[in-house]
Ligand binder design. Structure first.
Ligand code: FMN
Length: 205
């Protein structure tokens, strides 16, 4: 069973994290999820999802998920001595969703100021899966260079840029399509096929 780290930072798009946690919690392939919330991540969750998170309490998981979870454990983000701060901890991958330009910059520069930066740094040094669901618009050249830098160090940069070709009718459908791509990259089976079946309409001459 997989052991996954999920970090939520202060970029827009906390609903992606909420939906991802929902599917990870439901999945038989996942045994444990270590959850990290940056202080600004908590601010954005409060703003976007209207949830009164404290940012430090186990009850936050229940608020985010809408139900209690046996699998998802909230770790204190300042505790750089936690298990996931060590390469010896058997993690199957880490995803930062959404990932702010601030967190991206810390990872790109190798500066570990909190457990999110440290766990990401460890993922790279141990050659483990690290997915950054970055979100900002527009990007400046520093953002773009940082993305290239982390990609070259082994991370997967997956912009929070949803597709529309599956014709989503609701925000949940729009969000879930990208969340299913995240699950695929985490090697966690997901409920819907996101493989594009090819063009339905041939071009007319
Ligand atoms: C409501 C709100 C939305 C924000 N959206 C973004 C965003 O989309 N992308 C981004 O890079 N920063 C965004 N920020 C700014 C970050 O939260 C800020 O740079 C913060 O220092 C990031 O810290 P963290 O990475 O530790 O969470 C937003 C802030 C707020 C309050």
């Amino acid at each position: 069973m997989k052991n996954i780290t999920v970090a939520i930072t202060g970029a827009s798009g906390s609903i992606y994290a909420q939906r991802l946690l929902h599917y990870l919690d439901e999945s038989d392939a996942v045994g444990c999820v270590n959850l990290l919330l940056s202080p600004l991540g908590v601010t954005v969750i409060r703003e976007e999802l209207d949830l009164p998170l404290a940012g430090t309490k186990a009850a936050d998981v229940e608020l985010l998920l809408g139900r209690p979870s046996e699998k998802i454990k909230l770790l204190p983000v300042k505790d750089v001595g936690a298990t996931i701060a060590s390469g010896s901890y058997p993690s199957d991958g880490m995803i930062i969703v959404p990932c702010s330009m601030g967190t991206l910059g810390h990872i790109a520069a190798g500066i570990s100021r909190d457990l999110i930066h440290r766990a990401a740094d460890v993922s790279l040094k141990e050659r483990r899966k690290l997915i950054l669901v970055v979100r900002e618009t527009p990007f400046n050249s520093i953002h773009l260079e940082n993305m290239l830098r982390v990609e070259r160090a082994g991370a997967l940069v997956m912009p929070a840029a949803p597709g529309f070709y599956h014709k989503p009718q609701t925000i949940t459908e729009l969000v879930d399509h990208l969340v299913f791509r995240m699950l695929a990259h985490l090697d966690v089976p997901h409920p819907k096929d996101t493989v594009w079946p090819g063009r339905r309409h041939e071009l007319q001459e």
